[in-house]
Design a protein around this ligand. Structure first.
Ligand SMILES: Nc1ncnc2c1ncn2[C@@H]1O[C@H](COP(=O)(O)OP(=O)(O)OP(=O)(O)O)[C@@H](O)[C@H]1O
Length: 249
């Protein structure tokens, strides 16, 4: 579980995050949604410690992270897996080397053990036997799968996904969403997905936080999103033509 309390962040005189609090639960995907430029990625970066918040606290289970000492930060960071926008694979490394990278950097595991773990993760994401392919030889959807395998290879307890569907067709997006959800449930990890994809919201939106101009305006479940009574949320959700039709059924 991850809990945030009153997160504020400004860049120069521009206030981006204005006091966001909330809980991201274990074992089901937690979505941060909202329109472009509303602060979703900045919030994610504040949570993982890539950007220091100006104010506020971030708890990874019982550990406060933002003001923790170096040892605690290192300990928490070892438990974090990240799936970046666009996959962010190393182009000059094979699929196997990409997935093994966190184990090379963070562990002293013997080579054979690392390979077993890599093969286990590749199999889990449906890429068994693709070890020696280069990123340029695989599709966008496969790259995301490699990214997911790399994010979980170190038995991560926390998984962060920034726009995991960017650049994918709708069908592949659903497969990637389903994979993220299955892995989250299966390994009982805390997963946060940043997205503005309504298909993801409808598919895996168990715990949704809606941001608007740096504030949390609504949170809830995909089953509640038809009648939130929040105007800004409706404008975001029903900008989508499919959603407009559903509302009028
Ligand atoms: N390092 C930075 N320095 C200055 N401004 C920044 C920085 N990072 C983000 N911003 C600004 O913060 C605002 C929110 O950006 P953010 O990337 O969080 O939006 P977002 O909701 O994730 O949008 P999108 O869906 O388009 O990715 C934007 O106006 C952006 O220009």
């Amino acid at each position: 579980m991850i809990r945030i309390e009153n997160i504020h962040k400004s860049f120069e005189d521009k206030q981006i995050l204005r006091g966001i609090s909330g809980t991201f639960e274990k074992g089901k995907p937690n979505l941060i949604i909202g329109s472009s430029g509303t602060g979703k990625s900045v919030l994610l970066k504040c949570i993982v410690g890539l950007i220091p918040p100006d104010e506020g606290l971030v708890y990874f289970d019982d550990k406060e992270f933002t003001h923790a000492n170096r040892d605690v930060k290192t300990e928490v960071r070892r438990e974090i897996g990240m799936l970046f926008q666009g996959g962010a694979l190393f182009d000059s490394k094979t699929v196997e080397q990409n997935v093994m990278f966190p184990l090379d950097v963070l562990t002293k595991m013997p080579k054979g053990e690392k390979l077993d773990r890599v093969n286990f993760c590749l199999e889990r994401v449906g890429l068994a036997g693709q070890n020696h392919k280069m990123p340029s030889e695989i599709s966008g959807g496969m790259k995301k799968r490699v990214g997911i395998a790399r994010a979980i290879v170190n038995n991560s307890q926390y998984l962060f996904c920034d726009e995991p569907n960017s650049g994918l067709d709708p069908q592949t997006s659903i497969l990637i969403d389903d994979l993220i959800m299955e892995i989250t449930e299966e390994y009982n990890i805390t997963t946060i997905v940043v997205t503005h994809d309504m298909n993801s919201v409808l598919g895996i939106g168990e715990n949704i936080m809606f941001l608007y101009k740096g504030k949390k305006l609504w949170e809830g479940n995909k089953n509640d999103l038809m009648n939130t009574g929040v105007k800004e949320f409706d404008e975001f959700v029903f900008a989508n033509k499919v959603m407009q039709k559903l509302k009028h059924l």
